[in-house]
Design a protein around this ligand. Structure first.
Ligand code: ADP
Ligand code: MG
Length: 683
């Protein structure tokens, strides 16, 4: 028996290990089993090159829990260790500046364990005492028994042991009793060891026989040593990919497509990615991709390794070349990792391109589900955009699909405005904007369906990418002005008349709303009143809503346009009736306003070229007075018109109809509208 001190500079590393690695205690099992796998694979390699010529035998790794003894044992039949090797690999931990490092990386268990090669010592997170019983494969070496109770002191002695290999025995500490539960351990093995390349046995197979569950005494292997991604695509069928998908995500729906990654230059990477079927936004989940390192599960947080937009995919990536034991920020700047990321992005684009080319019908059928991923990629990854613009599709309101190029051809003729800008009309809600869509279609325009949650962003990036093109929502203006093909003539209604009618309509507009009443000649068959919201204002508001810091536009109320079609007979009759009813009163106002305006004009003229201090005080006072008078008269006139508009059932009805066709008439206003409509229908 020999005693010694573990070679660490700090007095006692164990409390530190326990303290800082608290969050991820469970990874001790992964670390010990990885070591067992490494030892077993080393032996297989030695055998394959002829440096080991004995019988390999059964190489299964065994995990067992002894509840009454309070131990977990991990046994392998790998290379084992000699006493010298224990001294070298276990007792000497290069460990300088440990405390600072631990402080810095205290939230990154992987970094700490990897940095110091602390894999084996992670067992002390859950153990009071750890024993190693091991016998090297090398001929003539003695088996050794190493024991350490969590202080830097260890014992080592020679023991008798016939078979080659290593047993690691963990005496589980008081705080970690949960790991003595078979279900817990099995769960951890399933999580971390499911695809390890050496069979891992835990417990025995159970079988149902005559309505009873019986123990078959056969070791239960919990892992698949040849997971799908390690096999050659030519040997695999669609069913294999689907089965593997369901192994990974038992509750998920059939995936849309899969992509088998297989790279060996300039880095090693294998894996299978799936495009999941997404039914609702709730299904969108990042971090469903599992990252493996030589079939050892590492993490399901792959940000920085796969391109941002592909974190929405599902599947597995396995690469021995991704430096797993360093911090995330380092990872993101690592050039190898960057290469991996852009390679994956390229592979995904290639695969989509291939499906598009070989089976467009199928591609179109799946487009609605695929669109989110592709759009996300296009707006966040320049390179991906360049590839995707060849297969990305537009869908119009009639559910027809077009490539960007096809769509441009389709609308070029009819939807180019007088400034040679190509106008893409779109809707984000077929139901709510139905009347606008219909009007646009009647004019021979095509309307795109842009109801995806990322479409506002896509529109922005398309406008910067597609030459001389603009996207305009169908309800952002009257159809004549959506695509302006020639200079439009002024509305014939005199300005003064427009102001009067504006006041009449304002009198009937919903309270607390901000409408600008404007006038157009849209012909007798168009609607008498139409509500629009300018593309610009709406986008400003939408953007502000997404970014609360934008302030100004976000706090602005919706600003909408109420377009009055002065060529419509109903509007004409409103004008006539107003003249009939208020004509003499309005004339009275005008008779006062006109001379006042003339006087104001004259005063302004005489003082036009003078500096402020040269104007006599009397003139200044006179001007101020006459201006005040004009304002007062105008206000009174406006009030009269508004009052008239307020009680005008026809005006109110036309406004409500416009609101209704925008799905904006709600609550009390809607009830009143229904009531008023019934009254207006004469038997
Ligand atoms: P790492 O695995 O990163 O080298 P560990 O702390 O996990 O660091 O292990 C240290 C070393 O101890 C291993 O490199 C290996 O040489 C030796 N070792 C650990 N477990 C075993 C085992 N089961 N069989 C043989 N050697 C082992
Ligand atoms: Mg290790």
């Amino acid at each position: 028996m020999h005693k010694g001190k573990i070679g660490v500079t700090t007095e006692n590393i164990f409390p530190i290990i326990k303290k800082f690695l608290y969050s991820d205690h469970e990874i001790f099992l992964r670390e010990l089993i990885s070591n067992a796998v490494d030892a077993t694979q080393k032996l297989k390699t030695l055998a394959s090159v002829g440096d080991f010529s004995d019988e390999l035998g059964d190489l299964n790794i065994m995990v067992s829990v002894d509840k009454s003894a309070g131990t977990i044992t991990i046994s392998d039949k790998g290379v084992g260790m000699t006493a010298d090797e224990i001294e070298k690999y276990i007792n000497q931990i290069a460990f300088s500046g440990a405390e600072e490092f631990l402080e810095k990386y205290k939230n990154q268990t992987n970094a700490i364990i990897g940095h110091f090669g602390l894999g084996f010592y992670s067992s002390f997170m859950v153990s009071d005492k750890v024993e190693i019983i091991t016998k090297s494969f090398k001929e003539g070496t003695k088996a050794v028994h190493w024991t350490c109770d969590g202080t830097p002191d260890y014992d080592i002695e020679e023991v008798e042991r016939a078979e080659r290999g290593t047993d690691i025995i963990l005496h589980i500490n008081e705080d970690s009793k949960e790991f003595l539960d078979d279900f817990k351990v099995e769960g951890l093995l399933k999580k971390y060891c499911r695809y390890l390349p050496i069979p891992i046995a835990f417990g025995t197979e159970k079988e149902w026989k005559d309505g009873k569950e019986i123990d078959t005494q056969k070791a239960k292997i919990i892992n698949d040593v040849n997971p799908l991604w390690t096999r050659k695509p030519v040997d695999l069928k669609d069913e294999d990919y689907q089965k593997f998908y369901h192994d990974l995500y038992p509750a998920a729906e059939e995936p849309l497509f899969n992509i088998h990654l297989n790279v060996d230059y300039p880095f090693n990477l294998t894996g299978v990615l799936y495009f999941p079927r997404i039914k609702t936004n709730f299904d969108i989940q990042k971090n469903k991709i599992q990252l493996y390192c030589n079939q050892v599960y590492v993490t399901d947080s792959v940000e920085g390794i796969v391109p941002e937009f592909l974190t929405l995919l599902h599947g597995v990536i396995d690469s021995p070349d991704i430096p797993l034991n360093v911090s995330r920020s380092y990872l993101q700047s690592d050039s190898n990792v960057k290469k991996i990321s852009s390679h994956i992005s390229k592979k995904v684009a290639d695969r989509l391109q291939e499906i598009f080319k070989n089976d467009r019908a199928q591609f179109e059928k799946k487009w609605d589900d695929l669109k989110l991923f592709i759009t996300y990629g296009m707006i966040t990854d320049e390179k991906f955009y360049e590839r995707a613009e060849k297969f990305s599709l537009f869908k119009n309101v009639d559910d027809k699909y077009f490539t960007f190029e096809e769509y441009e051809k389709l609308i070029k003729e009819n939807q180019t405005d007088k400034n040679k800008t190509l106008i893409y009309l779109y809707t984000n809600n077929k139901e709510e904007q139905h009347s606008y869509i219909e009007t646009a279609q009647n004019k021979g325009y095509d309307v795109l369906m842009m109801d995806g949650q990322l479409d506002p962003h896509l529109i922005n990036s398309l406008e910067s990418k597609l030459k001389d093109s603009r996207f305009v929502r169908v309800d952002s203006d009257v159809v004549e002005k959506l695509i302006v093909k020639e200079d439009r003539k002024e509305v014939s209604l005199p300005l003064e008349e427009q102001n009067d009618i504006r006041s009449v309509f304002e009198g009937s507009l919903p309270e607390k709303s901000h409408y600008w009443v404007s006038f157009e000649e849209l012909g007798e068959t168009s609607n008498p009143v139409i509500i629009t919201q300018s593309e610009f204002m709406r986008r400003m508001k939408d953007m502000a809503a997404m970014n609360p810091a934008a302030g100004f536009y976000g706090s602005m109320p919706d600003s909408l346009n109420l377009v009055v079609n002065v060529s419509h007979p109903l509007v004409k009759s409103i004008i006539e009736k107003k003249d009939k009813k208020l004509g003499s009163k309005l004339e009275g106002f005008n008779n006062q306003i006109k001379p006042a305006q003339a006087k104001s004009e004259k005063l302004k003229k005489t003082t036009k070229d003078k500096k402020a201090e040269e104007i006599p005080q009397a003139d200044k006072d006179a001007l101020a007075e006459v201006e005040k008078e004009i304002n007062k008269l105008n206000d009174e006139k406006k009030a009269l018109l508004k009052e008239y508009g307020k009680d005008n059932k026809l005006v109110k009805q036309l406004i409500d109809l416009a609101l209704l066709s925008n799905n904006m008439l709600k609550g009390e206003e809607l009830s009143r509208f229904v009531k008023r409509s019934v009254e207006l229908i004469k038997p």
